[in-house]
Write a protein that binds this ligand. Structure first.
Ligand SMILES: Cc1cc2nc3c(=O)[nH]c(=O)nc-3n(C[C@H](O)[C@H](O)[C@H](O)COP(=O)(O)O)c2cc1C
Length: 173
């Protein structure tokens, strides 16, 4: 057990500690002046079911962050277990993330990643700066999903999710 408090609680410690929390991997996309932008995220969170709201935290100053801020809309593509290459592609700083990738669009003028497990198309409902990230709360306008295995992320590594053979827990029912 490692205990860190006060000034010693640096970004690496925060990253390591939050890295204990397993997440999926998604790509946040938008279109600005006809140009597609996108970045890999694991900060995706469901905020509200009624109305349907989600949030993503995007690093302040990242190209996609600026583009989402300016366009007022964004798409979220939840990646499948086979899409680790896509996750790495959209995490490369300074690279043209869409080079050679067939562009697909949702109904709300946002590009989406082909073959993802799910697409959610959002209009920005609220945005604010929190520390070194911009938080975007999106009102979900359209979703599309399919069955399949998700790409998982834990401790800085991508991997497969292995479920237990138990009944699903419908805690929200
Ligand atoms: C698995 C994974 C999850 C990530 N999650 C986030 C995130 O939630 N927010 C964020 O700002 N950057 C995140 N990143 C880093 C961005 O994808 C990366 O900085 C990206 O290149 C920035 O986009 P830009 O090229 O548009 O500036 C993540 C990277 C990986 C590999």
């Amino acid at each position: 057990m490692t205990v860190v408090t006060g000034e010693a609680l640096d970004p690496l410690t925060m990253r390591r500690t939050m890295g204990r929390f397993a997440t999926g991997v998604a790509v946040v996309t938008t279109l600005l002046d006809g140009e597609p932008h996108g970045m890999t995220v694991n900060s995706l969170t469901s905020v509200s079911l009624e109305p349907p709201l989600l949030l993503v935290c995007l690093g302040s100053g990242a190209r996609t962050t600026e583009a989402v801020r300016a366009s007022g809309r964004f798409g979220v593509s939840i990646l499948s277990a086979r899409q680790d290459e896509i996750a790495l592609r959209f995490a490369r700083r300074g690279a043209d993330h869409f080079a050679g990738l067939p562009l697909r669009f949702g109904e709300h003028e946002v590009p989406v990643v082909p073959d993802a497990l799910a697409h959610l198309e959002c209009v920005t409902e609220r945005q604010f700066v929190a520390g070194d990230h911009d938080v975007f709360i999106g009102a979900v306008r359209r979703v599309c999903d399919r069955e399949g295995e998700p790409l998982a992320y834990l401790g800085g590594r991508m991997g497969d999710y292995r479920g237990r053979d138990e009944e699903p827990i419908h805690w929200f029912a």
